[in-house]
Write a protein that binds this ligand. Structure first.
Ligand code: GDP
Length: 203
């Protein structure tokens, strides 16, 4: 099973701009620069699909991508939608635009009836920040299934990694099973994450 094709679908800030599709959805949330675009590109094996840049805070829209999944050797296929949400907590963005990001992100998360899973990304090098903790608590309080992804795992040694993973779990009040370490450079953790994506595609 794998994602065999992926394309950009649409960008939106309001509900009437969401693409008119009824595939299951997976949303990606996290601070600006945490590695969201890189994760989406890595899962889809398409480098230019989601925008990546060293300049955080650039993506201010919900971006929808279509992913075509092959479920088995018999070539059964399913479509699903990957939704890249604007990065939160970028200090240099103006206060007004920060508030607005929050509002339309929450609107999407509350109103989408097809949202099956949220990947919350946390940079493995640093303890979760207040905005990460607030976001995770909000998602859990709203009954959304959350998978935490610790990004940039290649930046740490194996022993540091374990320490940081348990620190992230402690800060968020999550269980070790709720977190997967990923590197878009080495591909570590990708198979595990793809497995979750495939499960959602089957729904
Ligand atoms: P976004 O703002 O969350 O979409 O983050 P990007 O995907 O644009 O990544 C931000 C920066 O982190 C870029 O310079 C990426 O090259 C870098 N980056 C992302 N993922 C990884 C990773 O797994 N390992 C390393 N070493 N760098 C990464």
């Amino acid at each position: 099973p794998d994602i065999i094709q992926a394309d950009y679908l649409a960008s939106a800030v309001r509900q009437d701009q969401y693409p008119a599709i009824d595939w299951p959805e997976i949303a990606f949330v996290g601070r600006s620069n945490v590695g969201k675009s890189s994760l989406i590109n890595s899962l889809c094996r398409r480098n230019g699909l989601a925008r990546t840049s060293g300049t955080p805070g650039k993506t201010q829209t919900l971006n929808f991508y279509r992913a075509l999944v092959r479920l088995n050797p018999e070539d059964d296929r399913r479509e699903l939608c990957l939704v890249d949400l604007p990065g939160y907590g970028y200090a240099r963005a103006g206060q007004a635009s920060k508030k607005q990001w929050g509002k339309f992100i929450e609107e999407y998360l509350k109103k989408s009836t097809r949202l099956k899973l949220v990947f919350q990304l946390i940079d493995i090098r640093h303890p979760p920040m207040d905005s990460d903790i607030a976001s995770y608590s909000w998602l859990v309080a709203h009954g959304l299934p959350v998978q935490i992804v610790a990004t940039k795992a290649d930046k740490l040694s194996r022993s540091q990694m374990q320490k940081h993973l348990s620190q992230i779990c402690d800060s968020l009040g999550a269980a070790p099973a709720d977190i997967i370490a990923h590197s878009s450079l080495s591909g570590a953790g990708k198979a595990e994450l793809l497995k979750l994506v495939i499960e959602v595609a089957k729904e």
